[in-house]
Write a protein that binds this ligand. Structure first.
Ligand code: PLP
Length: 448
């Protein structure tokens, strides 16, 4: 198929996610054609280092034969099996068991979804069911964090605190509330970790009080590192402190690891870094490394048992046609093999090199902040370092960082607030990491 005609077909008929529909009509699409390792090739044959692993999901890198074979084998043998009617498939059972084994603490039960948004959506349903089962249905208020992203479903977009996901949609928002982000670079209490932790703990307690006390609050949602809000890394201990508040007040604590899960920050799950065990955990993206869609909710024993007891012989009425899809599960198993056979280790080493490399750009006049953990990092651009004046990246035609990176053979995420995001595949070589940093330097020089 000629790429020109594909571009026209795309322009005329394909509605893109989180895009300006009018802008897309004018500028069209850049078609990607193939990929291997950390490199993608576009329809014109241009090779680009994928510094964002697709949409922070292709953690293993592209083109692993073992993953392709696992999917092909499963497609031939059993391309579909429902989980309804007491049916199931072998790969789904094995993947659930291996994930339960690898997950922190008592997160021993796995509910498969199609991606991250419906994983978050599922947790909201489970939270409500849980409190109903415990005889406390009045615990129906939810708290999350400013700058947070929890997906694009009507419910998840409510927990999300990014304006673009609310504006114009007239969402029902009376059930959800926010506390301030830890965002150290621009925190009103300053950058001191202890001060940030104390302020967040105080704010969460005050929020609960304002909502009528813990007897009204169902759950608190948090990303171990805020991704779409601009890669905001909390001070060590921040999550643990808020987890303790929730335990003390009997509020469910939900960790949204859709980005941070599966080696993105170093360990298999970022919660391991903080030594905490949430009541539920959402994952997607790296679970299948983006090869096919899948998400997973991890439920702790006590959440699972409470819901199971509450339902008794009745069905817990929550499910999708494609829950626990056998092809996705087969891919998940093959990808898990990769993580366990050197990929996590490589990701840890490459992540340290990436952060050090980006930190070496700190003296560039445009770089206000460099932050990250593992293979998840960002630099925040400013026009005035002293005043921290933001440099809008994607909003301004004058500073098209994404375009400049593309021209220099690099894909990064250019956030509107002047942040460049990095989430390369964990398989990156040292030379690829160095190229990401060097190409970034070129982009910054062109942006001056
Ligand atoms: N939660 C978090 C933290 C995410 O970053 C995302 C997506 O980026 C989602 C949920 C939604 O996942 P999906 O896009 O797979 O629906």
């Amino acid at each position: 198929m000629l790429s020109n005609s594909s571009i026209e077909l795309d322009r005329a008929h394909l509605v893109h996610p989180v895009a300006s529909w009018r802008g897309h009509e004018q500028s069209g699409v850049r078609l990607l054609k193939s990929a291997k390792g950390a490199t993608v090739t576009d329809a014109e044959g241009r090779q680009l280092l994928d510094g964002f692993a697709g949409l922070w999901c292709v953690n293993a890198g592209y083109g692993h034969e073992s993953v392709i074979e696992a999917a092909t084998r499963q497609l031939r043998e059993l391309p579909y099996a429902t989980g309804y009617f007491g049916l199931g498939s072998e790969p789904a059972a094995h993947l659930a068991a291996r994930l339960a084994d690898r997950a922190p603490g008592e997160l021993n039960h796995v509910y498969f979804t199609l991606g991250g948004s419906d994983a978050v959506d599922s947790t909201v349903r489970f939270v409500r069911y849980y409190w109903h089962a415990r005889g406390m249905p009045q615990k129906d208020q939810f708290i999350s964090v400013q700058q947070g992203y929890h997906g694009s479903s009507t419910v998840g977009a409510g927990l999300t605190a990014l304006p673009a996901f609310h504006a114009g949609f007239n969402l029902p928002l009376d059930w959800q509330h926010k506390i301030s982000s830890h965002y150290a670079y621009r925190n009103p209490v300053g950058p001191d970790p202890e001060a940030i932790i104390a302020a967040s703990v105080a704010e969460l307690r005050a929020k609960v009080e304002n909502l009528g006390g813990a007897e009204r609050v169902a759950a608190f949602y948090v990303e171990p590192i805020q991704g779409s809000g601009g890669v905001l890394v909390p001070p060590k201990g921040w999550i643990g402190a808020l987890r303790e508040v929730c335990r003390e007040l009997d509020i469910l604590f939900i960790a949204d690891e859709v980005i941070t899960g599966f080696g993105r920050t170093g360990p298999l799950f970022a919660c391991e870094d903080e030594g905490i065990v949430p009541d539920m955990m959402t994952t997607a993206k790296g679970l299948t490394s983006g090869y096919v869609p899948m998400g997973a909710v991890f439920l702790s024993d006590h959440v699972y048992e409470t819901i199971a007891d509450g339902a008794g012989a009745a069905a817990v009425g929550h499910g999708y046609t494609y829950s626990a899809h056998p092809v996705s599960a087969a891919v998940g198993l093959a990808v898990l093999d990769l993580y366990e056979n050197g990929l996590l280790e490589n990701g840890r080493k490459a992540g340290a090199r990436l952060l050090a490399g980006l930190q070496s750009l700190s003296d560039h006049p445009l770089v206000g902040d460099v932050r990250g953990r593992g293979m998840l990092a960002a630099i925040e651009l400013v026009t005035d370092k002293e005043r921290k004046t933001a440099l809008p990246v994607s909003a301004s035609p004058a500073t098209r960082v994404f375009d400049r990176a593309w021209q220099n053979g690099l894909i990064v995420r250019a956030f509107a607030q002047g942040v460049i995001g990095y989430a390369p595949p964990l398989c990156c070589t040292e030379a690829e990491i160095d190229a990401i940093v060097e190409r970034t330097r070129t982009v910054l020089d062109l942006t001056l």
